[in-house]
Ligand binder design. Structure first.
Ligand SMILES: *[C@@H]1O[C@H](CO)[C@@H](O)[C@H](O)[C@H]1NC(C)=O
Length: 379
C-alpha cells in the first residue's frame, strides 16, 4: 500500500509552489519513501547486475558495466525477436559438407555468423538486419563475452543459450566459435546442428584495419564514450617496425600486435591451443571451418561470398547479393593513405613470423572457397 503511493512522489514533491501542495509532514514522508524505493532498486541492481544478465539467462559475474549494459540492450531486442511470429520451415536440415562440396541448399534452424572484427563484419551484420523482415527470420545480436577465468563453463552456458533460441534465428555478434557437440555432448544436438558461416580477410590488412579503427576509425559514440580513442598512437608500420627491432611481442590493448591472429582465434574457439598462433590452433580452426560451416569466404571476394551464401542458405539469404550491390554501405572499410611506404622488413616480420599461422588459415580458406564457388557454378 505504502509503496503504491510513492510512485508519483518524485514529481509532486518538487511542485512546492502549488496551492494544492500537501502538508509539509506528509511531503517529507513521501520524500523519504521515494528515497527508500530508490535505495532498494539500487540494492537490487548492485546484487543482481554483476551476477546475471538482464534476462537472467546467462552468468554475468565477469562482465564490466559497459558489457552488461550493452548486453541488456541486445537481450531486449533478442526477446522482441523471440516474441515475434515467424513462419515455420517445413523440414530443417544441415550438412556442411554437402553445402561446401556440392553447393547443396541447407535449411538449418540456427544460423551463426562468426563475426570476426574488421573482416566485413559490420557489412554482413547490416545485411542480416536488412533482410530479416523480407526473408522472415529472427535476429539475435547478443555478444558472446566469455569468462576468461572459467572459459569452458562460460562457453557451455552460451552454447545452451544459443541452442534454446527459437528456430529460424540468425545470430550476428562478436564471439569465438563454439563446438556445441564438444561442449554439451553429442546428445545436446537433437535438433539440426547449428550452422556457422564467416569470412576471413588478408591478415596484415585486417590487423592494420583493426589498429587504425581503434585509434582513428569511425567508432560509435557508445564506444567512444566508454573506451575513448587514443589518436596520439604511432602509425601502424612505425609500431610494427619497432616491435620487430625490439623483439617484443607482449602487447597491451591498443598495441599494433594486440589483435594479431584474431581470425585464427575466432575459428579455433575455446581451447588452450587457441590462445596463440600455432600449428595446433591452425589445425583446430580448419577442422571447424570444414565441418560446422556452410561457407567461409574471403573479404577480398565479398560479392562472390554473398552469392554462395544465397545458394547454400536460400531460406535465409535469398537476395543478399543484390541487397549488397544496391546498398551504400560499401564504404565501411577503414581507408588508409595509399601512398605510404611499407617497410619491407616489417611486412616480412608479420607474414613469416607474427601472422604465420593466420596466413596459413587464410590460404586454406581461400582454396576451399574457390572450390565451393566452382561447385556453385559461379565464375
Ligand atoms: C553430408 O553430405 C555428404 C556429401 O554430400 C555425405 O557424404 C554425408 O554422408 C552427409 N552426412 C550426413 C550426416 O548426412
Amino acid at each position: 500500500m505504502r509503496r503504491a503511493g510513492c510512485g508519483a512522489s518524485g514529481l509532486s514533491s518538487a511542485d512546492t509552489a502549488s496551492p494544492r501542495a500537501p502538508p509539509r509532514r506528509k511531503q517529507t514522508f513521501k520524500r523519504r519513501c521515494a528515497a527508500c524505493v530508490a535505495l532498494a532498486a539500487l540494492g537490487v541492481a548492485v546484487i543482481v547486475m554483476p551476477r546475471r544478465t538482464v534476462d537472467l539467462k546467462l552468468d554475468a559475474a565477469h562482465l564490466t558495466a559497459r558489457q552488461w549494459l550493452g548486453d541488456a540492450y541486445w537481450a531486449a531486442r533478442a526477446a522482441a525477436a523471440e516474441a515475434a511470429s515467424v513462419p515455420r520451415h517445413k523440414h530443417y536440415h544441415f550438412n556442411g559438407t554437402a553445402a561446401r562440396h556440392a553447393c547443396e541448399p541447407q535449411a538449418p534452424e540456427l544460423v551463426l555468423h562468426l563475426k570476426v572484427p574488421k573482416a566485413a563484419s559490420t557489412t554482413v551484420f547490416d545485411l542480416i538486419g536488412t533482410l530479416a523482415p523480407k526473408n522472415k527470420y529472427r535476429v539475435n545480436n547478443r555478444p558472446q563475452y566469455l569468462d576468461a577465468k572459467h572459459e569452458t563453463r562460460s562457453a557451455r552456458a552460451y552454447a545452451r543459450y544459443f541452442l534454446a533460441l527459437k528456430p529460424r534465428t540468425v545470430r550476428s555478434a562478436h564471439g569465438v566459435y563454439l563446438d556445441f557437440a564438444r561442449l554439451l555432448g553429442p546428445g545436446a544436438l537433437r535438433r539440426t546442428p547449428p550452422c556457422y558461416f564467416g569470412l576471413v580477410r588478408e591478415p596484415t590488412k585486417r590487423l592494420r584495419s583493426h589498429y587504425d579503427y581503434l585509434h582513428w576509425g569511425p567508432r560509435s559514440p557508445w564506444a567512444r564514450f566508454w573506451k575513448g580513442q587514443d589518436a596520439g598512437a604511432p602509425p601502424f608500420w612505425d609500431c610494427v617496425e619497432r616491435r620487430r627491432q625490439s623483439g617484443k611481442r607482449e602487447e597491451s590493448r591498443g598495441g599494433c600486435l594486440y589483435w594479431a591472429n584474431a581470425q585464427l582465434q575466432y575459428f579455433c574457439g575455446v581451447h588452450r591451443s587457441c590462445r596463440e598462433g600455432s600449428e595446433a590452433s591452425l589445425r583446430r580452426a580448419l577442422a571447424h571451418a570444414r565441418s560446422a560451416f556452410a561457407a567461409v569466404g574471403v573479404v577480398e571476394d565479398l560479392k562472390g561470398f554473398l552469392e554462395v551464401l544465397e545458394r547454400v542458405l536460400p531460406g535465409y539469404f535469398a537476395g543478399i547479393a543484390g541487397t549488397y550491390a544496391r546498398a551504400t554501405i560499401h564504404a565501411r572499410t577503414t581507408h588508409h593513405v595509399e601512398t605510404e611506404v611499407v617497410p619491407p622488413d616489417a611486412l616480412d616480420f608479420l607474414r613469416t613470423d607474427v601472422l604465420k599461422w593466420e596466413y596459413a588459415l587464410y590460404a586454406a580458406v581461400e582454396r576451399d572457397f574457390r572450390r565451393q564457388k566452382r561447385a556453385c557454378k559461379l565464375p
